[in-house]
Design a protein around this ligand. Structure first.
Ligand SMILES: [Ca+2]
Ligand SMILES: [Ca+2]
Length: 165
């Protein structure tokens, strides 16, 4: 009887620890809005993994009734990871023209840990204060469409650019 009680007690403590741990993680990581290839190819975000270029990813600041609720410029660039890659350059810019500066990070396409069946990619980072102390973590996800390498048959859903005349 005593043994049964102990098992129940240990189980309750375990559940409490797991629950508390989970809550802690959710409280620390804020979901933010990102846009892979901002302004262009907005719906599909096609990525050619053989490309020697860079993929820009915008992280948006958000404001509610004129007050910033998330300031993208507090992101520590050294902590940014997108699809397993670190940014090669970055800039602050008001990408969505809402009056608040956003951040754009650029990643070498060939360093992205994406496969031909990838349909989304996630950016994570720390935010820091003026003294460099970590104030929180953020995470944002957007869709991607891995496009065939040159020479492979292109799917009909991807329109080819047409030259005017
Ligand atoms: Ca996009
Ligand atoms: Ca903005």
């Amino acid at each position: 009887m005593k043994k049964v009680f102990m098992v129940i007690l240990v189980t309750c403590i375990s559940v409490l620890v797991i629950f508390t741990g989970t809550s802690f993680i959710y409280a620390e990581t804020a979901a933010v809005s990102i846009d892979i290839k901002p302004g262009i190819d907005n719906l599909t975000n096609p990525i050619n993994l053989k490309s020697k270029g860079v993929v820009p990813v915008a992280v948006f600041s958000t404001a509610v009734e004129g007050v910033l609720t998330f300031d993208a410029t507090t992101i520590d660039p050294a902590s940014v990871i997108f699809a397993g890659a670190s940014p090669v350059k970055w800039a602050s810019e008001d990408v969505n023209l809402d009056g608040w500066l956003d951040m754009v990070f650029f990643f070498n396409t060939q360093s992205l840990a994406l496969g031909s069946d990838s349909t989304s990619a996630t950016l994570t980072a720390n935010t820091i204060d003026a003294g460099g102390n970590i104030t929180g973590t953020i995470s944002g996800t957007d869709s991607v469409k891995i496009v065939p390498i040159k020479g492979a048959a292109a799917p009909t859903t991807v329109p080819k650019p047409k030259k005017s005349k």
